[in-house]
Write a new protein. Structure first.
Length: 318
């Protein structure tokens, strides 16, 4: 069998190698954010943090604009969209973590900033599909979409959901951090979350809640690789003030269901039942793809299959 690559394959490889990497920029930005979060709240400290935040936003906007002007297909890099989110939501990502007690007005401003960041990234991710992406690239973008969309869905009412730092992602397997605010403006519960397009093949990690895209209505039952991404689209309509009253109510219902869903996903019943379901899903994958058990075990954490895992506590749309 010939191992010579076709011109199309060679072009694809060169194309991938020519893409700019946004990973370094993301890590550096998160390092700066973590340093700013450690500055105590005070008049002098707040001024410094606000000035630094504005400068980071300006630098990030320039960085992204330069890549948008280039011919390379920057929009296929998942970290690009995380940076787009941070371009808008950076002040909230920094300052919310510095608050010991947050007023209702400031809480709403943080939530609006996070929602706007999710919408900005959502618009560009949906637009990427119109530009043309390969199946692997599409799946990567959908994965990031299902990390960022919950921030816009659940950051309302008594809840703030932020993107996890690079360190939290690498060391704690955390995509999102959710905080529940009590009537005194203090964080009464903080929860690390793994956000997946499909949680079926993943074993739950103790004390980390698994969140499926289907939980917030962003995964259809069909085979279309673009799926439906309905809620990402509804967040955009909400931002544009074109959302229907019923769809607005649906978003509110999703938010109200969030903490009961989180508590269920942390329960022993879910842990035991879903561990068995995840193993069964991986066995089905092994049977369908006829890959070695060693390879299956090694890649189980990154495999994605179409088998649905039906859970309780999801908000059904009527």
């Amino acid at each position: 069998m010939s191992t010579e690559l076709s011109p199309q394959q060679l072009t694809g490889m060169e194309h991938q190698q020519s893409l700019p990497s946004f990973n370094r920029q993301l890590i550096d930005l998160w390092n700066d954010v973590q340093e700013l979060r450690e500055i105590p709240i005070s008049h002098e400290g707040d001024t410094f943090v606000d000035d630094a935040s504005e400068q980071h936003q300006a630098n990030l906007s320039l960085f992204l604009l330069e890549h948008r002007r280039q011919d390379s297909e920057y929009y296929t890099d998942p970290n690009y969209y995380r940076l787009v989110f941070m371009e808008t939501a950076l002040p909230a990502l920094i300052n919310f973590s510095r608050e010991k007690s947050v007023s209702k007005e400031r809480l709403r401003r943080y939530q609006q900033s996070l929602q706007k960041g999710a919408v900005s990234a959502g618009r560009e991710m949906l637009a990427a599909f119109n530009k043309g992406v390969w199946s692997t690239q599409a799946n990567n973008i959908i994965g990031v979409m299902n990390e960022i969309t919950p921030i816009g869905v659940y950051s309302r009412g008594d809840t703030v959901v932020t993107l996890a730092t690079h360190e939290e992602d690498m060391k704690e397997k955390t995509d999102l951090v959710a905080s529940r605010i009590n009537r005194f403006g203090m964080v009464s519960w903080q929860q690390n979350i793994q956000a997946k397009t499909n949680i079926s093949p993943y074993d739950p990690i103790p004390n980390i809640a698994l969140l499926d895209a289907k939980d917030f209505g962003n995964r259809s039952n069909g085979k279309d690789i673009l799926h439906d991404q309905e809620i990402t689209r509804l967040l955009i309509e909400e931002e544009d003030e074109t959302i229907s009253p019923s769809d607005k109510s649906y978003l509110e219902a999703l938010h109200e269901n969030f903490w009961p869903l989180v508590h269920y996903r942390l329960s022993r019943d879910f842990y035991t039942h879903h561990t068995e379901q995840a193993q069964r899903a991986r066995n089905n994958l092994f049977s369908m793809q006829k890959i070695s058990k060693h390879a299956l075990k090694r890649t189980a954490a990154v495999q994605s299959i179409s088998t649905d895992f039906l859970t309780t506590g999801t908000a059904d749309r009527t």
